[in-house]
Write a new protein. Structure first.
Length: 86
């Protein structure tokens, strides 16, 4: 299943959370772009954030953000030179 624009926006928003600090959240202002506001609402509806306008990550949201960070790291790190498997 290819990633939709909405899913890409959600992943990008999850990547904005500072996982090193549990007390740092996001605040999406009412003047933000409509797509940003919609993304924050979707993340909240999915149980990933505590507030409709961002807030903090829930335990499920933290897990999702950690996995998003891991995936980004894998995809942006140069591959190690390894022997091809024959």
């Amino acid at each position: 299943m290819p990633l939709t624009r909405d899913l890409v926006d959600e992943l990008n928003t999850l990547l904005r959370f500072d996982l090193a600090n549990h007390q740092t959240g996001l605040k999406i202002r009412s003047t933000a772009d409509a797509a940003v506001i919609a993304t924050a609402r979707r993340l909240h509806a999915k149980g990933l954030t505590t507030q409709i306008d961002g807030g903090y990550l829930t335990p499920l949201g933290r897990d999702a953000a950690e996995r998003a960070q891991d995936l980004l790291s894998i995809l942006t790190t140069a591959p190690a030179l390894a022997k091809p498997v024959l």
